[in-house]
Write a protein that binds this ligand. Structure first.
Ligand SMILES: Cc1cc2nc3c(=O)[nH]c(=O)nc-3n(C[C@H](O)[C@H](O)[C@H](O)COP(=O)(O)OP(=O)(O)OC[C@H]3O[C@@H](n4cnc5c(N)ncnc54)[C@H](O)[C@@H]3O)c2cc1C
Length: 394
């Protein structure tokens, strides 16, 4: 009797589920391979639906995506929270002490919010002067705060980089402007975005960020780059930056500090080979938001769904190669895109090669309702794949 090889995937979000799909799509026989998928609750979301909750276009409870049993047919699912990966014993330990052995491992556990990392920020949230939209519940809170905002200084603050979705702070500001326009408070409101980045979307090259700043300005929103927050004073509604300057707000909407949900080899984002997505441990791969990947031009690859999917394609192929089931490696693709909600149910788009040299040369398209429909269709297609389609692997 031969022992089956064990492939374990940690995280059933965009990246982890995409690994399943990629394994199935290779056409390689998986008869002698067991695939195990671990997730703490088997519920994930498409990040771009969170700003829609903040805008009021969607309800909080419409956001979660829960793969149905048919879509996960043929694999073993384990509900549990990953505590530790032992690279020597080649085991994963869950918080309930369950131990899972692997021959090949893909870590796709994403990023988590770390609001406590900025002094005063959690207090400002508790005091009701600061909100964010990086979870469904928080986005619903942000919607309530914006809906009752009657005018004054509205500040969008990127608290640190990296964070999920390079355009999310800016589309957040555009959607807030759109909401305030609808409820009659826009004329009485100034909107400013503060960010540690020199310009938005640094990973897209020199052009898209400037085009986004122009788009913001056209909507009466000012961008302030290279501003690193030191503390937030929620009682006095003031942000202090590390350069000693301050800025006042009446309502603060922030992008939270981020941290990897699961780490490997100490704290911090998981380092991988930027082409194969393999960590420094053979047969252990990491993809998506959990990782740090530097493009050939020296820019960080964005934490975006398309790159979780591209990473999944590479990791699936390279795990099969590692297990001896194929004879070739597959590098991650640098082709990516993101939609930017611009209000009034329109979206712009930035699309191209994020690995381009001497730098990526991505531009933004003009906003259109057609692009907004494309964005909505992306959610429909993903939901159809996991909430109603049988047998992803088998
Ligand atoms: C506000 C916002 C807006 C965004 N907008 C866009 C956009 O417009 N375009 C775009 O491309 N991307 C966008 N994103 C980013 C996109 O959602 C992520 O890049 C993508 O989800 C990353 O996939 P992932 O598999 O790495 O992580 P996730 O999809 O987050 O999946 C991680 C999975 O791991 C599980 N997990 C976490 N910790 C553990 C643990 N300890 N044990 C077990 N399981 C665990 C979770 O339950 C989850 O199912 C946005 C994100 C946010 C928050």
């Amino acid at each position: 009797m031969t022992t089956k090889q064990q492939v374990v995937i940690l995280g059933a979000g965009i990246g982890g589920l995409s690994v399943l799909k990629e394994l199935a799509d290779t056409g390689v026989s998986m008869d002698d391979v067991d695939v195990t998928l671990v997730d703490e609750d088997f519920s994930h979301f498409l990040g771009f639906t969170l700003p829609w909750v903040m805008r009021g276009w969607r309800e909080e409870d419409s956001i979660p995506i829960r793969p149905n049993p048919q879509a996960l047919q043929g694999i073993t699912t384990v509900t549990g929270s990953v505590r530790r990966v032992d690279v020597d014993l080649r085991t994963v330990t869950l918080t309930d002490s369950t131990v899972i052995s692997f021959d090949a491992l893909v870590i796709a556990t994403g990023a988590r919010n770390a609001v406590d990392a900025i002094p005063g920020l959690q207090h400002a949230v508790d005091a009701g002067t600061a909100v964010h939209y990086y979870s469904a519940a928080a986005a619903a809170d942000a919607h309530r705060a914006l809906s009752s905002f009657t005018g004054g200084k509205l500040m969008f603050l990127v608290t640190s980089a990296p964070y999920r979705c390079p355009v999310a702070p800016y589309e957040g500001a555009l959607l807030a402007a759109d909401l305030l326009q609808d409820n009659g408070s826009r004329a009485a409101t100034t909107i400013d975005v503060y960010s540690p980045e020199k310009q938005p979307m640094p990973s897209a090259g020199p052009y898209a960020g400037q085009e986004l700043i122009t788009m913001l300005a056209g909507n009466g929103i000012d961008f302030h780059g290279e501003r690193n927050v030191a503390t937030v004073d929620g009682d006095n509604r003031r942000v202090e930056f590390t350069d000693g300057t301050t800025a006042d707000f009446d309502l603060l909407v922030f992008v939270p500090p981020h941290a990897p949900a699961v780490t490997l080899d100490g704290d911090g984002w998981i380092t991988v080979d930027p082409t194969t997505m393999q960590t420094c441990h053979p047969g252990i791969f990491a993809i998506g938001d959990a990782t740090t990947v530097t493009s050939p031009s020296g820019r960080p690859l964005p934490k975006a769904a398309i790159f979780a999917k591209n990473g999944a394609a590479a990791a699936a192929q390279n795990a099969l190669h590692y297990l001896g089931k194929t004879n070739y490696d597959d590098p991650i693709s640098g082709e990516g895109y993101c939609f930017i909600d611009t209000g009034s149910h329109t979206s712009a788009q930035g699309k191209g090669d994020f690995f381009g040299l001497p730098h990526p040369a991505i531009h933004l398209t003009a906003p259109s309702t057609a692009l907004h429909h494309d964005k909505q269709r992306e959610e429909d297609d993903w939901r159809a794949l996991w909430e109603s389609t049988p047998a992803a692997v088998g």
